[in-house]
Ligand binder design. Structure first.
Ligand code: MIG
Length: 673
């Protein structure tokens, strides 16, 4: 059951797609606490949700803040990352209640989940105007399923977007892109996409191409498609302030940029230097901005990533000016004492994405002028919406790949998200495992992290171990920052055979992974989920943070500790373990429920089949479009001797015609080929 409570006059967010009557009864479970709400947790209550945040799957023991931020250091002390996903579930055990809460509010929301007091959960919105949805049901999985029902169907990418994507901030020319394609094809590694980071643009201006470095992008895109590779350019939120630039000119003429109090357009510097920020909260601005993508779709581009849309601001001219002045004053003092010195450092470190700058510009919402900070969390998701909505009209009936860095629940209908600037550390591999179910239960199904890590230098073992998890994530992208060690999979000579086998395993798994992805989208179900979603009465399963259920039949348990030769795995019931070195080379063993130490060498992948389940595999191919899905090999675990079956979804992967009954078939082991 879902109850809606309404407080004050909320600014509409369009996160919820149905309109529920407002309940006048008291809010169950929660106690009003000053301007917020309070819940006393029992020791074994779990709190799931909040989407893209640091720490565990169980969010207890920290304080968080929904406040979309360009935060490149995802350490445990952080309170906000790029997305505002204000949905959580309190999951009680042993007769204690379970319920879900969605706070529909566009500004900051603070959560104190046992941070101030170990068993007290409080949360509050920055303003008293919001809707609160309270969901009760049959445990965490049912509650999340109901929530998905009110926020609308999750975005569906083209099927080729579940292939591998190679990216690096630093591909500067057509030659660089061709070299990546060659690196993959010459080494016989599958690849479906190459991302183009900011260097493809002319002077970092959106919807332009640096024609010196990329003289014929349409030609390049065509050549790449011949090899089964799609080019995926980045689009940044800030629009280069340049009267010669068409996007800038049009935006100024039409008055589509966010304005300051004095009515002049707000300016802040990002990659192109000074930039303007489109008011994506206005439908006509979304339509205009979305149509600008045509500049690139006309060149054969069929996928995009939207970046910097928190929005991230390097500095505003005013703040920079006063920083320089203040620095000059301090500098004039000569011998700085430590307070002055730290003040000097602070002046410059607080220039970027300064909270006070978010209070200096305005949006137009239904004819009202609204200060940015009050709707800050809507900005990035609205940029995704601009692109997503319009691409549907620019390419009717056809899917376009789209994922974003910043998001707000609601934008999950228009695009996926990637998990931002992680780094090449084992802690970040673990964070990837924690974040996947957390964002997916908020509707972001097409999701993944930068495999191998974005910032800092990676290591060959981390690349391999991360891949052992990454092959299961819907968005599978290897991306790294400028200045870091080369990270393309073909750069690791010694590991290349193992890497090839694991990438091929991903390709072989695609019919299952895509089918489970589509089921999760079409049925408001789950792709990744915590063990306790399916084994709610198992106290041990409730504690597991480093194993995930994947679709109807699998559990994954990646090794995420450096130099480990295996790991402990907890099985809530008997499962068949597959220790896979490649599609055709694996050990299998039926294990009883309980704890097991399982060796897993570098280059091996542990997959667990649940009883009664069938896993279809196909021959790998160099790209998704070339997979032959007319013949399957099956792996199965029939615990009771009955043949296993699999309910499979399969479609053309390109059109938006998802609902045909013939997309569903039941595979049985008897059909073994
Ligand atoms: O200020 O475009 O998260 O993936 O490579 C950094 C350069 C801007 C941040 C993105 C990252 C991308 C980088 N961008």
């Amino acid at each position: 059951m879902i109850q809606r409570f309404s407080f004050g006059q909320m600014i509409p967010t369009e996160s919820v797609v149905c309109s529920l009557p407002v309940s006048e009864s008291p809010v169950p479970y929660l106690i009003q606490d000053g301007t917020g709400w309070r819940y006393e947790m029992a020791e074994d209550d779990i709190v799931y949700g909040l989407g893209e945040m640091v720490r565990g799957i169980n969010k207890r023991g920290w304080h968080y803040c929904a406040n979309n931020s360009d935060e490149p250091h995802h350490t445990e002390d952080k309170r906000s990352l790029y997305g505002a996903h204000n949905f959580f579930v309190v999951s009680g055990f042993g007769g204690r209640p379970s319920f879900g809460v969605f706070i529909d509010f566009a500004g900051q929301v603070e959560y104190d989940i046992g941070y101030t007091e170990h068993d007290v959960f409080t949360f509050r919105t920055a303003e008293p105007d919001y809707d609160l949805y309270l969901i009760t049901g049959d445990g965490a999985a049912d509650i999340c399923h109901q929530f998905r029902g009110i926020i609308g169907r999750s975005y569906i990418p083209p099927k080729w977007a579940v292939g591998l994507s190679q990216s690096r901030w630093g591909y500067k020319s057509e030659e660089d892109i061709r070299a990546v394609a060659k690196g993959y094809r010459d080494n016989d590694l599958p690849l479906d996409m190459i991302c183009m980071d900011i260097d493809y643009m002319a002077d970092f201006a959106d919807f332009t191409v640096n024609t010196k470095a990329f003289p014929d992008l349409a030609g390049l895109s065509g050549d790449m498609k011949q090899q089964g590779i799609h080019l995926i350019p980045i689009i940044d939120a800030g629009i280069r302030a340049d009267e010669q630039d068409e996007t800038c000119q049009e935006g100024l003429e039409k008055g589509y940029f966010c304005k300051k109090e004095d009515g002049t357009p707000f300016v802040a510097a990002v990659w192109p230097g000074e930039a303007y920020f489109a008011d994506f909260l206005r439908p006509e601005v979304r339509d205009w901005f979305g149509k600008r993508y045509k500049v690139l779709t006309d060149l054969g581009i069929d996928g995009f990533w939207n970046d910097m849309n928190e929005p991230s601001l390097f500095y505003t001219p005013d703040r920079l000016r006063s920083a320089v002045e203040r620095a000059a004053e301090l500098g004039a003092k000569g011998n700085l004492d430590m307070y002055d010195f730290f003040a000097l450092q602070q002046i410059f470190s607080s220039l970027s994405s300064n909270e006070d700058d978010y209070k200096t510009f305005y949006h137009q919402i239904n004819g009202q002028t609204v200060r940015h900070d009050r709707v800050h969390n809507l900005y990035g998701g609205s940029m995704t919406r601009a692109a997503g909505e319009t691409l549907q009209t620019l390419r009717p009936g056809t899917r376009t790949l789209l994922y974003s860095r910043s998001s707000y629940i609601g934008s999950h209908r228009y695009g996926g998200i990637w998990l931002g600037d992680n780094d090449s550390s084992w802690a970040q591999l673990r964070e990837n495992i924690h974040q996947m179910p957390s964002v997916q239960l908020c509707g972001y199904l097409y999701t993944g992290a930068d495999l191998g890590g974005f910032g800092a230098d990676t290591t060959p073992d981390l690349v391999l171990r991360w891949l052992e998890f990454g092959i299961f994530t819907p968005l599978m992208r290897n991306h790294s920052a400028m200045g870091t060690r080369d990270q393309e999979y073909y750069r690791f000579d010694k590991q290349l055979p193992a890497i090839r086998n694991i990438l091929n395993l991903r390709m072989a798994l695609i019919p299952y992974l895509y089918s489970e992805f589509m089921k999760a989208v079409l049925e408001d179900g789950f792709y990744f989920r915590p063990l306790a979603f399916d084994y709610p009465d198992d106290a041990m399963a409730r504690q597991v943070e480093d194993q995930l259920l994947l679709g109807e039949g699998l559990m994954v348990a990646p090794v995420c500790t450096q130099n480990a030769a295996g790991r402990y795995v907890y099985l809530p019931e008997s499962m068949k373990m597959l220790r896979m070195r490649s599609v055709d080379d694996f050990d299998e063993e039926i294990l009883p429920a309980g704890h097991h130490y399982l060796p897993c060498a570098l280059g091996e992948v542990l997959i667990f089949l649940r009883p009664g389940h069938l896993l279809p595999l196909v021959r790998p191919a160099r790209c998704v479009a070339e997979l032959d899905e007319s013949h399957f090999n099956f792996l199965s675990y029939s615990a009771d001797g009955n043949p296993c079956t699999y309910r499979m979804y399969h479609d053309d992967g390109l059109t938006t015609d998802y609902l045909r009954p013939e997309h569903w078939q039941t595979l049985t082991e008897a059909a073994k080929v």
